[in-house]
Design a protein. Structure first.
Length: 736
């Protein structure tokens, strides 16, 4: 059951819109000025509730908006979960109170979209983070992973737009851990009209909108010291640059300059360069003439970024002016020489881009120059750096479409011809991807029931493999618990009609049995389990007093995946055969005190306990249900685990065979069966301390023996491993 949040909860459909695998990056049915695609190296602007963002688009073709797509990611790559996106469509106010356009009245929504598809974008790339509400800025490299979010609107929620009109899309994310994780709407490389805007309330219909500009990285100055000296004849006597990988001075024969290089920042054509040089010029021989020329130079935008500086050996001498830019900052000829030091201080901001390398150039004779060059990559002018957001509006005339499953297990919403022609499996008109399961290997799901009145139990303390539940497990002063607990099945919560099913085992694929006799082996995995105690257990305290009744529930571990096993299927007669199976199972056992609902549990995977290895031999199966009314599953069913919420997708059962049904006789491929029955399937734990009896869920119970042959493995229950292992316990108050 969806819950109402804000105005209304939108039952959206979590699929991508009609994008065949061969054209993932094309949007042929967009209905806006142009798709605003994400900037791989741009910004993610905080849109975590209560902050909200909005950006405008112009309708390019009248018709219904059927789909919404946008891009976003998570601060610091701390990926959380968006419980719902608060989405609104507004009309346009061309000139707001502060002179720029802003969203007007809401025309659609706000709706909370809880179901969506999140598609990772590959490859990841370095991106920055910007929070306009707090001013928080983390430069490019804060995070790398980003995602596309796709929503298909049900027809009753389509919004009709008119050609040429301007609308605004407004989004805020409701995250599961506010204050810990933060979600941002990604900036686009495609600018349209005015900038995006932000506001502090996702539900206020007319909040105080504020225009967005790209955040500015702070100035990042680098200072490098140097010295160089020439004798009265102009010979280079020595020099050094500091805090650089290239400390030597190089001579450029074509121009006569001596030069030392310093690394600046990565090349950036959008940011300006600021320099200042602070130093002293001193004579080598004070009584002799001197000539001094000093310049700043830099690698031009023609020099390939990411390599060494343009030293003489790396290019022909006559190409020096192509790769090196130069600005003279001091020049003087002193025929009579000089005695007093000459201070140099030059400050300027003039270079229109940020080079990767900067340097000091000198030439002349009879002087020593020492000092510092400081070079700073300056922020961009914020008023020149518009910020828009990445999204695409798609739609058109109503089209008959449905879920299409692809070979890789993905699902998109397609027309039937487009699905079939591109190799997909069409699941039906008006069927949404959220309603179907698209298997990679077409797995098969076998359903089972644990009936009442049979011998399913666990005996605590009968063997070290299932030891006594220790003292204080149920609370301070609780006594150790041992004894036999009878169990029975309780139907799984499900979106389909699975009857009394309480256990489901998945086979990786249908059996391949081309002839009789033949054999096949497939992987198996338990995917659902729901057992409960037939009657409460009695827990006592302090040596047998203060008795309390507790109920027991057995489901599957909620930490990690269930391990895989194997199933060997043998056809031995025309109508079926036998199978053997090995299956490791990692369960969770929940204890609930009846008086107040206090819960404690043992989860094998969370506790570090090994999975339980189970096996069975000579169980029976048939190709079809001979009339017992066996329940089967189909595409689109969801089932529950421990929380009784149906959110685990399962696929079809009864596709190739029905395990648990016995054809009589079944000993020869040429001999037809004359009868069928459904025997009780019994599995005993290795030390006979637990037993589970099941059969296929069905309506007709004629010809059922009280207890006979072995069948399909379902579950053996092991609550604690042998020896002295720690038992994980957790308390949870449960309200009525």
């Amino acid at each position: 059951m969806k819950k109402l949040i804000g105005f209304i909860t939108l039952f959206a459909v979590a699929i991508a819109f009609a994008i065949p695998a061969a054209a993932q990056d094309e949007w042929p049915n967009h209905k806006m000025h142009f798709p605003q695609l994400p900037d791989p190296n741009g910004w993610d602007v905080n849109a975590t509730e209560p902050s909200c963002l909005a950006d405008d688009w112009q309708c390019s073709e009248a018709g219904p908006i059927q789909d919404l797509h946008w891009w976003g990611s998570w601060r610091h790559d701390d990926i959380g979960h968006v419980m719902g996106f608060i989405v609104t469509i507004h009309n346009n106010i061309p000139v707001g109170p502060d002179g720029y356009s802003i969203p007007g009245d809401p025309m659609w929504g706000p709706f909370v979209i809880e179901n969506y598809e999140m598609v990772p974008v590959d490859p990841p790339s370095p991106q920055g983070w910007f929070d306009p509400m707090t001013g928080e800025v983390f430069p490019q490299g804060d995070h790398h992973q980003y995602f596309r979010y796709d929503v298909l609107l049900p027809e009753e929620m389509w919004f009709w737009q008119e050609q040429g009109e301007i609308y605004w899309l407004r989004i805020s994310a409701m995250v599961d851990a506010p204050g810990v994780t933060a979600w941002g709407w990604k900036s686009t490389q495609n600018h349209f009209m005015d900038d995006a805007v932000w506001a502090p309330d996702p539900f206020d219909p007319m909040p105080p909108w504020v225009e967005l500009y790209e955040p500015q990285a702070p100035p990042d100055p680098i200072a490098n010291g140097f010295w160089v000296e020439f004798d009265p004849e102009g010979y280079f006597m020595g020099g050094m640059g500091y805090e650089t990988e290239w400390p030597d001075w190089y001579f450029y024969e074509f121009s006569g300059w001596w030069n030392v290089w310093f690394y600046d920042h990565p090349f950036d054509p959008t940011r300006k360069k600021q320099f200042y040089v602070d130093g002293l010029i001193m004579p080598t021989a004070p009584d002799l003439p001197a000539s001094i020329e000093i310049a700043i130079n830099w690698s031009t935008d023609q020099w390939e970024p990411g390599g060494p500086p343009p030293i003489p050996d790396l290019f022909p001498p006559d190409m020096e002016e192509i790769f090196i830019g130069r600005q003279t900052i001091f020049q003087i000829d002193l025929p009579q020489g000089f005695v007093d030091p000459i201070p140099i201080y030059e400050f300027f901001e003039w270079l229109p881009y940020n080079p990767e390398w900067v340097s000091i150039d000198v030439r002349g004779f009879n002087f020593r120059f020492e000092g510092v060059i400081e070079h700073t990559c300056m922020p961009r002018d914020p008023t020149e750096q518009s910020l828009d957001l990445a999204f695409v509006i798609t739609g058109g005339e109503p089209i008959e479409m449905g879920a299409c499953c692809w070979e890789d297990g993905s699902c998109t919403h397609e027309t039937e011809p487009n699905c079939v022609d591109n190799g997909g499996t069409f699941m039906g008109l008006d069927v949404a991807c959220s309603e179907v399961y698209c298997p990679v290997e077409n797995p098969v799901y076998d359903l089972w029931e644990t009936p009442e009145g049979f011998n399913t139990f666990v005996d605590f303390g009968c063997d070290p493999s299932i030891p006594v539940i220790p003292a204080d497990f149920f609370g301070p002063g609780s006594d150790p618990f041992d004894g036999t607990i009878a169990l029975q099945g309780e139907p799984l919560a499900t979106t389909g009609d699975l009857g009394p099913t309480d256990t489901i085992i998945k086979r990786s694929r249908a059996a391949d049995l081309p002839q009789c006799p033949s054999s096949d082996q497939v992987e198996i995995e338990i995917v659902a389990l729901n057992l409960v105690s037939v009657e409460p257990i009695i827990v006592t305290y302090n040596g047998g007093i203060d008795p309390e009744p507790w109920d027991i529930k057995v489901c599957l571990s909620e930490f990690g995946l269930q391990p895989s096993g194997s199933m060997t299927i043998n056809q031995v007669c025309a109508e079926g055969g036998t199978f053997s199976a090995y299956l490791p199972v990692s369960p969770k056992v929940v204890f609930r005190r009846i008086s107040d609902g206090l819960e404690m549990y043992i989860d094998f995977d969370e506790s570090g306990l090994a999975a339980i290895d189970l096996s069975v031999e000579y169980a029976h199966w048939t190709f079809s249900d001979p009339g017992f009314g066996v329940y089967t599953s189909s595409y689109g069913n969801l089932v529950s685990n421990c929380d009784d919420i149906p959110d685990i997708p399962i696929g079809p059962s009864g596709v190739d065979l029905f395990p648990g049904i016995h054809a009589l006789p079944c000993e020869d491929c040429s001999e037809p069966a004359i009868d069928h029955n459904i025997p009780i399937t019994t599995l005993t734990e290795p030390y006979n301390c637990a037993q589970h009896e099941v059969w296929p869920p069905h309506d007709i119970i004629d010809n059922i023996p009280t207890m006979s042959e072995w069948g399909m493995l379902i579950l053996a229950l092991l609550l604690m491993a042998a020896g002295t292992v720690a038992v994980v316990r957790r308390r949870k108050e449960v309200t009525a």
